[in-house]
Design a protein around this ligand. Sequence first.
Ligand code: PLP
Length: 444
Amino acid sequence: MTHVFHRQIHADYPTAVAGDGCYIVDADGRRYLDASGGAAVSCLGHSDRHVIDAVVAQLQTLPFAHTGFFTNRPLERLADMLTTAAPGPLDHVYFVSGGSEAIEAALKMARQYFLEIGQPARSRLIARRQSYHGNTLGALATGGNQWRRAQFEPMLVDVSHIAPCYEYRDRAEGESLEDYGRRVADELEAEILRLGPETVAAFVAEPVVGATAGALAPVPGYFKRIREICDRYGVLLILDEVMCGMGRTGSLFAYEQEGIVPDLVTVAKGLGAGYQPIGATLVHDRLYDAFRDGTGFFQHGHTYMGHPAACAAAVAVQERLTESGMMPGVDLRSDQLFAALRDRFGGHPHVGDIRGRGLFIGLEFVADRATKAPFDPARGVGATLKKAAMAEGLMVYPMGGTIDGRRGDHCLIAPPFIISEAQVAELVDKLAAALDAVLPEAKA
Ligand code: PLP
């Protein structure tokens, strides 16, 4: 009997007692290769001395100083580092403690921005169907994930959801990538016009979709078109990089690869890399200036924002992520992992798609490769795979996919950037064994 009330209240989980590089060790001494970084969190593995020492040193000097009274050094340093690294004039950062809080801050900032510049009516939001932006009510309303939203629907603000960029399922036969990207991006324009441009505050999207669809990367030109449409109607572009940011896709920010500059960017997960809970919302100068020249006060805040130990962890993580070999290392391991996954599962009758960017890779499981028909949800392929993988000593993140608004079967692979070539092979072997256990009729 446990007194802990988690989401899965009946779950019988092993007790984690130690972290060792890419592995977590349980109380029975079993080692689990962390192929998902938890939920794309642990980009530096579980025993990075540089980060641990930075947190310990900070706790020994200043554990906490409320931001209503003080600033602190790691907070200022981290803001400098992030704004210097982020392409474009995103020169201001609002710190919070996680991804949902970062989204809430971005949504409220978008709303207040229009008040600051004297356009009181803009409060509507548009997001995409396959998306997850967090579990607090504003973030949940923004996400398009039906099974997560369903029972809370009466408590959620009204957000419009358009199609994501989901080439595997939605690109028509003979349609070029560019035409497809333009067609789905143009759904944004149609929805803005339907709602009335003067009412729409922001469009929210993950540059590479994570948990709801297993590493869906956009086709070339999609986000350029989205940016154009937002500019045409004065709609703010909020990019949610909580999962795909902080080097996961091979660049510190995922939007760098799209050749656009958003108005607001949310980051969390890899920002603290699991060593401390921290999130942040990066803000374009244009918005910051409106607040500065307006009321001078963003009507928001949390007790633990800018926590010194969390910021010290994130500063040390930034130092590691910006080491010269780190991003090329992500690219190298990404190539090796994609090659190994395609080699092993490319012909698997139930692996419909292997996709993603950098060390952010998704597998989509289907009942029939030719028709792309998903499995009967009652079979619970994703959830069973997670269990089977754990039995093999492997962590993958198989939950939450949605197809046409309902749950589908995906698995997200997002290992620490320090994964070795031998561990890439171990990952694929263990995943194959787990898949064989779940789908014995189709051994890889
Ligand atoms: N946004 C995205 C894209 C996410 O993947 C998540 C979490 O998985 C969140 C927001 C919410 O972050 P948190 O769980 O830290 O509140």
